[in-house]
Design a protein around this ligand. Structure first.
Ligand code: AP5
Ligand code: MG
Length: 222
C-alpha cells in the first residue's frame, strides 16, 4: 500500500503494454489523487498536430511504432513536470519506457518525490481487439472503444472529434509490442521493490477499483 502525502510529492508511473489501459485510467487516477496526469504519447501527438520541432522529430518514430529518442522524451517530460500544477507530482502514462529514462527520472526526482509504480497486465489475445477498436479524442486524447466504451454521438465528452491513431494498425502494433518487450519490460525488474501488478484484463471499473486500492490518501496540510 502506497501512502500519498501531499506534503511530499508523488510520481505514479503506469507501466504496461499497448492497450493495457494506461491512458484509460491515468486521468481518473490523477483526479482521484488530485495531481495531473501526463502522457508522453499525448504530448507528442499534440506537438505533431501543432507542427512543432519536437512533433516533426517524433512523428517519424511514432508512425512506425518505434520509440522516440530518450533525450527528446526527457527534455519534454522534465519541462512539463516543472510546471506549477505538478508541484505535488503527477501520474505518468507511458513514461519511462527505457532504463535510461527510468534512471534519469530517479536522478531528478527520487530525493524529492515518492515513486509508485503500477503495472497493468494484458493477455496477448486481447491486444489487437483493444487497439484496433480504439478511437481517441483529437483534442484531449481520451480513449474510447467501439465495443467496450462506445462514444456518444461519435464525439468525445469534451466535444472533440474522435480519430483513429495512425499507429493503431495490426502491423504497427506488432512493432510496438516487440519494442515494449525488448526495451520496456526490463523496467519490471528495475522497479520490483515498489511495483504493484494489476490485472488489466478485467472490466474497466474493476481495474480502476484495484488500482486505487493501492493508495491511501492523507489530508492536505497547507
Ligand atoms: P502511447 O500513446 O503511450 O501508446 P502505447 O504505450 O502504445 O499505449 P497505448 O496508448 O496504445 O495503450 P494504453 O495502455 O494507453 O491503452 P488505452 O487505455 O488507450 O505512445 C505512442 C508512441 O509515442 C510510442 O509508440 C512512441 O513512439 C512514442 N512515445 C510515447 N512515450 C514515449 C516514451 N516515454 N519514450 C519513447 N517514445 C515514446 O486502452 C486501449 C483501448 O482499450 C481503448 O479503446 C480503451 O477504451 C480500451 N480499454 C481499456 N481498458 C479496458 C478494459 N478494462 N476493458 C475493455 N476495454 C478497455
Ligand atoms: Mg495510451
Amino acid at each position: 500500500m502506497a501512502d500519498i502525502t501531499f506534503n511530499s510529492p508523488a510520481l505514479v508511473i503506469l507501466l504496461g503494454p499497448p492497450g493495457a489501459g494506461k491512458g484509460t485510467h491515468a486521468p481518473s487516477l490523477g483526479s482521484h489523487l488530485l495531481i495531473p496526469h501526463i502522457s508522453t504519447g499525448d504530448l507528442f501527438r499534440q506537438n505533431i498536430c501543432n507542427r512543432t520541432t519536437i512533433g516533426i522529430k517524433a512523428k517519424g518514430f511514432m508512425d512506425y511504432g518505434r520509440l522516440v529518442p530518450d533525450e527528446i522524451v526527457l527534455e519534454m517530460l522534465f519541462a512539463r513536470l516543472k510546471q506549477e500544477d505538478c508541484k505535488r507530482g503527477a501520474v505518468l502514462d507511458g513514461v519511462p519506457r527505457t532504463l535510461i529514462q527510468a534512471r534519469a527520472i530517479d536522478r531528478e526526482f527520487s530525493k524529492t518525490h515518492k515513486l509508485n509504480v503500477i503495472l497493468l497486465t494484458l493477455d496477448e489475445s486481447l491486444l489487437v481487439e483493444r487497439i484496433c477498436g480504439r478511437v481517441a479524442c483529437k483534442q484531449c486524447g481520451r480513449p474510447y472503444h467501439r465495443k467496450y466504451d462506445p462514444p456518444k454521438n461519435e464525439l468525445c465528452a469534451c466535444g472533440g472529434t474522435l480519430v483513429q491513431r495512425v499507429d493503431d494498425s495490426e502491423e504497427v502494433l506488432k512493432q510496438r509490442l516487440e519494442i515494449y518487450r525488448r526495451q520496456t519490460e526490463p523496467l519490471i525488474e528495475y522497479y520490483k521493490p515498489i511495483l504493484q501488478e494489476i490485472d488489466g484484463n478485467q472490466p474497466k471499473q474493476e481495474v480502476f477499483r484495484n488500482i486505487i486500492k493501492n493508495f491511501t490518501l492523507e489530508p492536505i496540510h497547507a
